[in-house]
Write a protein that binds this ligand. Structure first.
Ligand code: UDX
Length: 444
């Protein structure tokens, strides 16, 4: 956007890797942007004091892991706030970017004052991010909205200036801009709220998206019981503009580093404020139940599980990422191993990370390709919605399998196509289909 950025981390290895041009994570557009601006507009250091002295705005983006009771562990935020406080000599805007519970802003201010920083020398602003993994760069540069929670006009102005290239539309007219949904004529809006409202906007948004997923998952179970088709139901619901079509894909439940943690943290915030928000517990309950239901589905297709050979496609918590944190896919692999299955798993990017939590052994093999995972398997499971899975050669897949059974936890295929290709195909919230030639089974 044109700013000079210095990134600080206390992990020397990470800083060295970034200085050398390694992005460390699997993220679209990041390698080319880093290449374009490294050592020109962006640099990396472990020296927080120097970075603080030379910056007008300081974004805190450290982790806020889940504590034992579901609440967010804010010790990293506090530690970094203390360190920043020790280096402040002129006015700074401190921006909380990490997902934090309401009141964190006040705690950061208190920490600064306790460390001897005069209130005129800083403002704390909440500027939540709404980035999805894999598309974080486009989400950042083409946001639906920018939220600035500021209790001071001076601080709000600094943030408005930082985001002006986006809100004025000027960024989108540049030759080298990253493409996306915003444009010169339709730039994103920036809203200024109180700091507490901004903190709640972040948690409430993530909880609402998780609610949408759990809602459609519950509806998919109802569709299965009623012999209806959840895909048709979601289409019919989503065309209502008040509902919208996105985040209505049923599956094996949401995972990742955000939704599970943020719903739990929001529930914990509600509890601490004395608010009865049972709905949040229901969202979590439906989500975990969805994995167990899928295991039942596998059992219903294979009768018994002990010593069955299962091929697994997908280990990441969603497609197009190598992240396996709180992945429903790895969780299901663990459940299947506990049932005595032998597994051959394939993921286009997440196998290395998956092997850290699920090392290969006599019962778990990491396959070279999707076809290799299917080789001689009693059934093939699809657990992550990688785009490339939808273009697999179905007749080749059929020949690799011992029995042509696919149990799809992400509804990636059209049941009619699967039927024509000779598969018994079970998916989520849609009627099971049987190979066309198997007349006995189709009439079941
Ligand atoms: C999410 C939010 O979307 C983002 O705004 C926030 O900043 C961080 O958390 P992310 O965790 O990257 O982003 O993944 P997202 O694409 O939202 O998917 C989360 C999980 O929900 C995945 O496991 C995905 O498979 C699942 N999901 C998503 C569904 O099961 N159905 C859907 O319709 C959408």
């Amino acid at each position: 956007m044109g700013h000079d950025v210095v990134c600080v981390d206390n992990d020397e290895l990470k800083v060295a890797a970034l200085q050398g041009g390694d992005t460390l994570i699997f993220e679209n557009y990041l390698p080319e942007l880093l290449e374009r601006y490294r050592n020109i507009k962006i640099r990396f250091t472990t020296d927080l004091a120097e970075a603080t002295r030379n910056s007008e705005a300081i974004f805190i983006a450290v982790g806020t892991p889940q504590g034992e009771t579901g609440d967010a562990d804010l010790s990293y935020v506090e530690a970094v706030a203390c360190e920043i406080a020790r280096s402040i000599t002129s006015y700074k805007v401190v921006v909380e970017k990490s997902t934090v519970p309401v009141y964190t802003n006040e705690w950061i201010s208190r920490t600064f004052e306790r460390n001897g920083v005069s209130p005129e020398l800083f403002d704390v602003v909440s500027n939540p991010e709404f980035l999805r993994e894999g598309t974080a760069v486009s989400d950042f540069l083409h946001p639906d909205r920018i939220v600035v929670g500021a209790n001071s006009e001076r601080a709000a102005k600094v943030l408005q200036t930082i985001y002006r290239p986006l809100t004025s539309g000027e960024y989108y007219s540049r030759a080298a801009s990253i493409p996306g949904s915003c444009s010169m004529s339709e730039p994103p809006p920036l809203i200024v709220t109180s700091t507490k409202s901004a903190e709640i906007i972040k948690h409430a948004s993530n909880a609402f998206l998780a609610l949408k997923i759990s809602f459609i998952n519950a509806v998919s179970n109802l569709c299965e019981a009623a012999d209806a088709n959840v895909q048709q139901v979601a289409l019919g619901m989503g065309l209502d503009r008040r509902i919208g079509p996105r985040f209505l894909s049923p599956g094996i439940g949401y995972g990742g580093s955000c939704f599970p943690k943020d719903v739990a943290a929001f529930r914990s915030v509600a509890e601490q404020l004395g608010i009865d928000f049972q709905l949040l517990s229901e969202i979590e309950k439906i989500n975990l139940h969805q994995r167990k239901r899928f295991l039942k589905k596998v059992r219903s297709a294979l009768w018994t599980l002990r010593e069955k050979r299962i091929g697994v496609l997908g280990l990441a918590f969603k497609g197009e990422t190598d992240d396996v944190r709180d992945s429903p896919a790895t969780d299901l692999v663990q459940m299947l191993l506990a049932e005595g299955c032998t597994i051959a798993a394939f993921d286009p990017a997440a196998m290395k990370r998956a092997a850290d939590i699920l090392p290969a052994d006599a019962n778990l093999r990491y396959a070279d390709s999707a076809y290799d995972a299917a080789r001689d398997a009693d059934a093939l499971l699809i657990l992550t919605d990688w785009k490339e899975f939808s273009s697999l050669d179905l007749s080749k897949l059929n020949k690799m399998l011992r029995y042509p059974i696919i149990i799809d936890g992400r509804n990636m295929f059209d049941p009619q196509v699967m039927m024509k290709n000779g598969f018994t195909y079970l998916s989520i919230g849609r009627p099971t289909v049987y190979p066309l030639r198997d007349l006995d089974a189709t009439s079941k």
